[in-house]
Design a protein around this ligand. Structure first.
Ligand code: 5GP
Ligand code: ZN
Length: 124
């Protein structure tokens, strides 16, 4: 059924507490934890606790949960002081979708990237 935990999914296992992670925020429906291989001073992953393979599938199946994920990503940016409203230089949200675009874990997740003097490369 849609959203059910997948035994072979890394992020479902982190949500279940079977694999340790450095959790920075938790809500009823989402979990935010530090990326194991950070690409910026702040690099946090925000995931829905329910399993969807990517952000579009999440938004299609549960738009309210997709909105909650985005709001939680914003709160992470505030907590980490990378949001301009918290005195930072701003931050970037990335949803890699598909292996060819760099997605390696097929459980929807937002990358929250920021910190330092700001993100140098403007991708788009
Ligand atoms: P993707 O490449 O799918 O957009 O993002 C997956 C992210 O998960 C990568 O940035 C990778 O560094 C991170 N990652 C992979 N394995 C683990 C892990 O066991 N723990 C944590 N915290 N992050 C992980
Ligand atoms: Zn999963």
């Amino acid at each position: 059924m849609s959203g059910e935990p997948q035994a072979d999914c890394l992020f479902c296992r982190i949500v279940a507490g079977e694999i340790p992670a450095t959790v920075v925020r938790e809500s009823e429906a989402t979990l935010a934890f530090r990326d194991i291989n950070p690409q910026a001073p702040t690099h946090v992953l925000v995931v829905p606790k329910a399993h969807y393979p990517n952000a579009a599938a999440l938004a299609d199946a549960d738009p309210a949960l997709a909105g909650a994920l985005l709001a939680e990503a914003g709160r992470v940016a505030e907590d980490e002081k990378v949001a301009e409203s918290a005195g930072g230089a701003g931050y970037r949200l990335i949803f890699n979708t598909g292996a060819g675009a760099g997605q390696s874990v097929f459980h929807a997740h937002a990358h929250v990237l920021g910190g330092g003097d700001g993100l140098r490369e403007k991708l788009v």
